[in-house]
Design a protein around this ligand. Structure first.
Ligand code: HEC
Length: 193
């Protein structure tokens, strides 16, 4: 047995970098928590809501049992890595959702990633019994979004400099002649000068 071993230079650098990362993460977490506790509004406002019917409740159980949560998220269930379905019912109606579940590609009108024919990973969904899919469609149609949420068709109430800037930067010049501005409901558009 030899005595104490000292670290090689490479090891010191490696552990040093590793330690710096951990230190940074701890400091960032502490700062975030302090900011969050000092705010009078919640950091992440919940802008979706639901009021489930009996069939919707049954659908929400199926949503978990049928492994939808391995790719989706709804009502605090499921993965953050996939597509969140919270608020879906404000953008799509029940018939659309049911049609999508049974005929994904025809309903989207473009190629899909996971829903569709085998060997796509979610191909099993379209094969599920109609009764279960009906219940799931009801459930998803009952997930609503509040105005201003990312899943809402309507932007937040009042003026938003952020949205004005995005419109200026990305929308084609004559967009407000061709489309109606949902923020002003018929009056001249907010960005028009
Ligand atoms: C393997 C991953 C996966 C699984 C499992 C899965 N999905 Fe999906 N889902 C997706 C992806 C990806 C999309 C986007 C469409 C596409 O490319 O397939 C999607 C889209 C959707 C949409 C359309 C949303 C929209 O507005 O565009 C609905 C509704 C949906 N899924 C419901 C379900 C339900 C219900 C289940 C369970 C029965 C389920 N999904 C299981 C991956 C998955």
């Amino acid at each position: 047995m030899t005595g104490k071993k000292t670290l090689k230079t490479g090891e010191k650098i490696l552990f040093g970098i590793f330690g710096a990362f951990i230190l940074f993460a701890v400091i960032a977490y502490a700062v975030l928590e302090v900011v969050r506790l000092k705010m009078d509004k919640p950091l992440f406002e919940v802008k979706t809501h639901y009021d489930l019917s009996a069939q919707g409740l049954q659908g929400s159980e199926l949503f978990r049992l049928e492994r939808c949560t391995s790719c989706h998220r709804a009502m605090r269930n499921g993965t953050n890595m996939g597509l969140s379905l919270d608020g879906l019912g404000s953008a799509r109606d029940r018939d659309w959702i049911y049609r999508f579940l049974t005929q994904p590609e025809q309903t989207y009108g473009v190629k899909t990633v996971d829903h569709g024919a085998a060997p796509k990973e979610a191909s099993y969904v379209a094969q599920m019994p109609a009764e279960k899919l009906q219940a799931i469609a009801t459930f998803l149609s009952e997930l609503k979004s509040d105005q201003g949420s990312s899943s809402s068709p309507l932007p937040p109430e009042g003026r938003s400099p952020f949205i004005d800037n995005m419109v200026k930067m990305w929308a084609p010049k004559d967009w407000d002649e061709r489309y109606q501005d949902v923020r002003t409901k018929g009056e001249p558009s907010a960005t028009q000068k």
